[in-house]
Design a protein around this ligand. Structure first.
Ligand SMILES: O=c1ccn([C@@H]2O[C@H](COP(=O)(O)O)[C@@H](O)[C@H]2O)c(=O)[nH]1
Length: 277
């Protein structure tokens, strides 16, 4: 991939609107779609979402956990879904939240970035809570491959604040320290940096400086209670960098492709109204 992820994401949002839809095959959703809770059900679920949405939303975000719980057959389904979504025109952000010591992070990253990577995708999620620099091998590999990463800063779950509002040795709140590192990562990138932060749409923390020069993935809409109308308050002047993410709020409108498309279109219209573009 020669064009950096940030530029490809900006172009996709300009073309298709600011929406990321998650592919989260929860057991409850498989049941609601009358699919078996096994690799076969998973494959039909993923295929339905990719066929319905990969040609219209900017980003699809498979949640790896729901595939990995089915073992190697689930991971094979994930590999196919990622490849098919990308070839149908969506950017794929694989939600794996990897984080470890640097040498292990390098091994993880080799699975996602590089021409021969089995799960080659456009971007992944990373957890910086073993120390931001432990992520360096993944950030470097992503950059070299024209890929990107979204690093957890202030997550949408209520427990996140226990850790993320704690202060570093120099007194900076941990989430802010992550955001500051990402701003440095994106220095000089235009029109949008390739290294984003995860900041939940459920979180209201006006003290956070969100101007990182890269995208802000905002999960928490729909099932976790946030609405599009909350985004201006949560993101303030950084609203133009926000990539809202919805999983169950769209997926519960399946299994028909028409139902999924209508739900995604409603979300995109509402988000475009709030975010502009
Ligand atoms: O802070 C975070 C980071 C990631 N997620 C993931 O996003 C989706 C949310 O699903 P919904 O059904 O829209 O609630 C899920 O895959 C999470 O693991 C998050 O929610 N919050």
């Amino acid at each position: 991939m020669t064009t950096p992820f940030g530029a490809r994401l900006r172009a996709a949002i300009d073309r298709r609107g600011p929406l990321c839809v998650g592919i989260d095959p929860h057991p409850e959703l498989l049941a609601a779609w009358e699919l078996p809770d096994n690799a076969e059900g998973l494959a039909r679920f993923a295929d339905t979402v990719v066929t319905a949405l990969a040609d219209r939303v900017a980003v699809l975000k498979p949640q790896a956990a729901f595939f990995e719980r089915h073992g190697s057959r689930g991971v094979a389904v994930l590999e196919r879904a990622v490849a098919e979504a990308r070839s149908a025109g969506a950017l794929v952000l694989l939600d794996v939240k990897r984080g470890d010591i640097g040498s292990t992070v390098a091994a993880y990253a080799g699975g996602y970035f590089g021409p021969d990577a089995p799960l080659r995708c456009d971007a992944i999620t990373l957890s910086p809570y073993l120390g931001y620099e432990s992520l360096r091998p993944a950030l470097d590999l992503a950059r070299a491959d024209g890929g990107g990463a979204f690093v957890l800063a202030r997550t949408s779950n209520p427990e996140g604040g226990e850790v993320q509002t704690a202060r570093t040795v120099d007194g900076t709140p941990l989430a802010q320290a992550v955001l500051d590192r990402l701003a440095a990562e994106n220095a000089d990138a235009a029109p949008l940096g390739s290294f984003g932060a995860v900041v939940g749409a459920t979180v209201l923390d006006p003290s956070l400086r969100l101007d990182i020069g890269g995208p802000l993935l905002a999960p928490g809409l729909g099932a976790q209670g946030a609405t599009a109308g909350d985004l201006p308050r949560v993101f303030g002047g950084a609203l133009g960098q926000v990539l809202p993410s919805v999983s169950r709020g769209v997926l519960r409108h399946g299994p028909s492709a028409a139902g999924l498309r209508a739900a995604a279109d409603r979300e995109a219209t509402e988000l475009s109204r709030v975010l502009g573009g």
